[in-house]
Design a protein. Structure first.
Length: 270
């Protein structure tokens, strides 16, 4: 449930979450069935910004939305997943298999925590464990049970270690890699692609764990953590009120509902 006193409430307001979110898509793509489910069912190439916005929308809603809006969005996502199928090695599978839902959840949450930590957000070990425990709620929204989901950083690292033999680079993971480096946007937005590719696309790739970089097989930036910290510092120079104008705006609406006292502030981390 949304809680202004949680680690998630404070942490998800950090501008580095955009880099972390894109990093999680690179990580998710290393699971052959998970990436096939996306490539074979999604219109992300026809509507690249819409696809990224819908993902950010669901993540933000789970932290800052009302109980009613969260329940409605979760029901829509579960209904959509129930209807989707994918094919890998000639075998059809359901997109809502618990194994795949768990992989997507863990890829997201691990990248959120690890990328922000590398960017200098400054969580203690206890706060990291609290964050993973809090994010079990997000897993229930897609149909998982809390006790199936890693609830501490150690549990998450153990899960990722167990999953590594199942991960590999595929033609479809290459599709996602290329897409995240250069989404096929139209109009005036396309003029920003060279900057996006350098500042966001490849930096988000470069902050994956070393074993994931090895599987993808492309060279990361040297000193990626330094570039990540510099980007975060630059983003924090933009006043919070202006940053919160960006869509989907769930945090802005939450502050309007509850009052300014719930505005994220690292000093209030539990």
């Amino acid at each position: 449930m949304p809680d202004p006193n949680s680690v998630s409430w404070q942490m998800h307001a950090d501008p580095t979450m955009w880099i972390a979110g894109i990093a999680s898509l690179y990580l998710q793509a290393l699971h052959p069935k998970a990436v096939a489910g996306v490539v074979q069912n999604s219109n992300f190439r026809a509507d690249p910004l819409g696809r990224l916005k819908r993902t950010a929308d669901f993540v933000g809603l789970g932290v800052y939305g009302t109980d009613e809006d969260i329940a409605a969005a979760a029901a829509r996502v579960r209904a959509t997943h129930r209807s989707l199928r994918g094919v890998v090695d000639g075998r059809t599978f359901r997109v809502d298999e618990p194994e795949l839902l768990l992989w997507v959840h863990c890829s997201e949450v691990f990248c959120f925590e690890s990328v922000l930590s590398r960017a200098g957000y400054g969580l203690t070990d206890r706060q990291k464990d609290l964050y993973y425990a809090e994010q079990r709620f997000a897993a229930t929204l897609v149909g998982l049970h809390e006790d199936e989901v890693p609830g501490s950083r150690r549990e998450m690292l153990d899960y990722l270690e167990r999953m590594r033999p199942n991960l590999r680079r595929t033609d479809e993971s290459d599709v996602i890699y290329d897409f995240l480096h250069g989404p096929p946007v139209q109009g005036w937005v396309r003029h920003g692609l060279p900057v996006y590719r350098v500042v966001v696309g490849h930096l988000a790739y470069s902050v994956l764990p070393d074993w994931a970089l090895e599987l993808h097989g492309r060279e990361p930036y040297d000193r990626a953590d330094l570039w990540l910290k510099m980007l975060r510092r630059a983003a924090l120079l933009v006043p919070g009120k202006i940053r919160r104008l960006a869509p989907p705006g769930h945090l802005r609406h939450a502050i309007e509902r509850h009052g300014k006292h719930v505005t994220p502030n690292k000093a209030r981390l539990p």
